[in-house]
Design a protein around this ligand. Structure first.
Ligand code: KG4
Ligand code: ZN
Length: 335
């Protein structure tokens, strides 16, 4: 089954053709990063406008790269939630028009389910059930993936997402957008013990996260150094900060491993590209003798191939939509 998938939840316009949920025939992304760099973050109105300009070209290229015509496509899939509402609406309306005009089924895909499914592309042997750590710019979740379309959130951030905490810290350190990615590039080889940041504690649910206190402490550190006229050791501050964020992520994942004994651990979302997370989570899972999966780097950030992968399983589960499908800015992964 060939699925044409569309992704426009944030600042990347993506289209892809994916066969049977696992084989990527094409994946095209029009990135807007150069424009958002000017503002230090994603400007929603600009993102929506750029999606409008790019989407037909990106979809056409995805079809031609796959060597297929629209006739050879069996269904149209689209990210409908969660994300920037104006950005989502561009993809959703385009997909609805395409599905209607070509008389093909329309498959709505939850963005975070898509991130998890990016691992199906790179690891043909991977099947649910497993434990997933989803770490993106807007979300940090620990999820029991009971089946391809059956999710149970066991932990989530109480405040900032891991990616957001990295982006805000990077910004105060003078690193350009996207901050998490640039902090990884600039600071990965630094001394992770050079600076001490408090490891946040969360009451009531041992699988929940909190990053806002940590973010505030790095902002205060940098401001204090600047006020005293002292040099800001970006490389070592960034290395120590990333290590602390990753320690929190690994700690909660380890607690979930101990309690739920999952068959494997899957990491997904933009932050899954982080070199420190890849390194330290490998150590955590090795300690417990449990297989660990990351997406290929090209599928860590937002892309439509992951949407096409998840869409196949949504279709098999009967989850198609009518032309009344709407975009939703926030929606739990298990809804
Ligand atoms: O999943 P994603 O592409 O978009 C959302 O769904 O939010 O995640 C974007 C986030 C941003 O916060 C970005 O800074 C972060 O992923 N990110 C990274 C790295 N690459 C992207 N964070 C840390 N290390 C990286 N290598
Ligand atoms: Zn994402």
């Amino acid at each position: 089954m060939n699925i044409l998938a569309i992704e426009s939840s944030c600042d990347d316009t993506g289209a892809a053709v994916v066969k049977d949920g696992r084989q990527v025939l094409s994946s095209v992304i029009a990135s807007q990063v150069e424009e958002h760099i000017l503002y230090g973050g994603v400007v929603p109105e600009i993102a929506s406008r750029r999606h409008c300009e790019s989407i037909s070209h990106v979809v056409r290229k995805a079809l031609s790269d796959a060597g297929l015509t629209l006739k050879e496509i069996d269904a149209v899939a689209v990210t409908f939630a969660p994300g920037l509402i104006g950005a989502l609406l561009v993809g959703v309306n385009f997909a609805k028009g395409l599905a209607f005009a070509s008389k093909k089924p329309l498959i709505p895909v939850h963005h975070l389910r898509g991130h998890i499914a990016s691992n199906y592309i790179s690891h043909p042997e991977l099947k649910p059930p497993f434990l997933a750590l989803v770490v993106s710019g807007g979300h940090t979740h620990l999820v029991n993936v009971r089946d391809y379309t059956d999710f149970e959130v066991i932990g989530r951030t109480r405040d900032d997402a891991a990616g957001e905490a990295m982006d805000k810290a990077a910004r105060v350190m003078g690193l350009p957008y996207p901050g998490g990615l640039n902090m990884d590039r600039v600071c990965a080889g630094g001394d992770k013990k050079a600076f001490h940041f408090p490891v946040p504690r969360v009451q009531d649910n041992e699988f929940d996260f909190s990053f806002s206190g940590l973010k505030t402490s790095v902002i205060n550190l940098v401001h204090n150094l600047e006020q005293k006229g002292e040099s800001v050791d970006i490389k070592n501050i960034g290395a120590s900060y990333m290590h602390t964020v990753v320690t929190c992520l690994c700690d909660r994942t380890e607690r979930a491993i101990t309690q739920f004994h999952p068959c494997s651990v899957v990491v997904a979302g933009g932050v899954s590209a982080n070199s420190v997370l890849r390194d330290e989570m490998t150590g955590t899972c090795r300690k417990h003798g449990i297989p660990l999966y990351f997406p290929e780097l090209k599928y860590c950030g937002d892309n439509a191939a992951m949407v096409g992968a998840q869409a196949y399983y949504e279709f098999l589960a009967g989850n198609t939509a009518g032309l009344d499908l709407n975009a939703t800015a926030s929606l739990d992964i298990d809804k």
